[in-house]
Design a protein around this ligand. Structure first.
Ligand SMILES: [Zn+2]
Length: 355
């Protein structure tokens, strides 16, 4: 009796990345192709220095992204505005109605890279949130408290209790994406509030738990925010991502920092996973026996939540040995390097190029 042989090829609707950091300048030029090689669209994070807080700044950043695309690349950057204390609701309305802003991003002040201008008090931006609720513009949240007295491994859970639950009660009509969730508490909270609330899940939080940061020494390549948690949380995330539930979708949070910036005494938070992001997710879905649900997670649930059309093209993944290079050269004059997620590892899936 022949056993079912594992799938050798997977054709899915083209995916989108609902959370990515493309940066600016020479890094943007170097990393963009890693995202545009597979994703049709991406929600581009606004935490540049200075952050994107106006319609003009978002338009010109969008232009810089489009002009950095290699010829023939078919990729749409979806722009976001960085919420800060004192931002006018008129900016939000103008950017939304002109089709420049797809969403607004809330960083609690000092929660992660370039977020020092973030929101210090959620109540103080309530009129902005009310505006967004009225025009039906999604709010994207980095869901961690910035309270130094809260243990770093508890900051997501505390944010949900202290801030997110009250925010959803104050604004029941607001569409909210809790970005890059890392805990079983977040999974449960999103499931309980599905409809208006959804979550993105990164490839790295599906692959690593917090031990990865300390394997044989301090491993800055696995340091990101929110920080990876205990194994039981990783397992809860894998179950959520592969469940097919509409409230969970792909968002890589690919966040390039040069080798030097990650390896300093105060190393930057972020994992650069774009070069193998879809392959990395495919590995998880394969291991969980859920390859048939990869398309929902990667290509359907996100656009459905955002109210955008599904991509028409398809991409093909082949079961094939895929050795991830140790470094990603930026090819700039400083000869800087990025270390990609899975560096030196062998993945089992590879994107078929030129399909
Ligand atoms: Zn991010």
């Amino acid at each position: 009796m022949a056993l079912n042989s594992p799938a050798q090829k997977l054709i899915i609707r083209q995916p989108d990345d609902w959370h990515v950091h493309l940066r600016d300048g020479s890094i943007l030029e170097a990393v963009l192709s890693a995202t545009s090689r597979v994703f049709g669209r991406a929600i581009v994070m606004p935490n540049l220095q200075p952050p994107i807080t106006s319609v003009e700044a978002a338009k010109s950043y969008r232009e810089r992204i489009l002009s950095s695309l290699s010829s023939g690349a078919d990729f749409t950057p979806l722009m976001t505005v960085f919420l800060k204390d004192g931002l006018s609701p008129d900016v939000i309305k103008q950017g939304w109605h002109e089709g420049v802003f797809t969403a607004a991003k809330l960083y609690p002040a000092h929660s992660t890279t370039n977020s020092s201008d973030g929101v210090s008090d959620l109540i103080a931006i309530d009129s902005l949130l009310e505006t967004m609720e009225n025009i039906d513009m999604p709010l994207l949240i980095h869901g961690e408290v910035n309270d130094p007295h809260v243990d770093i491994f508890d900051r997501e859970e505390v944010f949900i209790e202290r801030h997110l639950a009250p925010l959803l009660s104050r604004h029941p009509g607001l569409r909210v994406v809790l970005e890059h969730i890392t805990t079983e508490q977040a999974v449960q909270f999103v499931e309980a509030n599905a409809g208006k609330l959804a979550a993105t899940i990164t490839p790295h939080h599906l692959h690593i738990n917090r031990n990865a940061m300390f394997l044989g020494g301090i491993r800055s390549d696995f340091y990101c925010l929110p920080v990876a948690k205990r194994e039981r949380h990783r397992l809860a995330l894998r179950k959520a991502a592969t469940s097919g539930k509409k409230c969970f979708f792909l968002g890589t949070d690919s966040a390039p920092h040069t080798r030097a910036a990650k390896e300093s005494a105060c190393g930057c938070a972020g994992i650069f996973n774009a070069p193998n992001a879809l392959e990395s997710y495919a590995e998880v879905f394969d291991e969980e026996g859920a390859l048939d649900r990869l398309e929902a997670f990667a290509s359907v649930n996100g656009p459905s939540f955002y109210g955008l059309p599904l991509n028409k093209k398809t991409v093909t993944l082949i079961r094939q040995t895929n050795i991830v290079p140790l470094v990603f050269e930026l090819l700039n004059k400083e000869n800087e390097k990025l270390v990609p997620f899975h560096a030196g590892e062998t993945l089992q899936w590879k994107l078929e190029e030129n399909n």
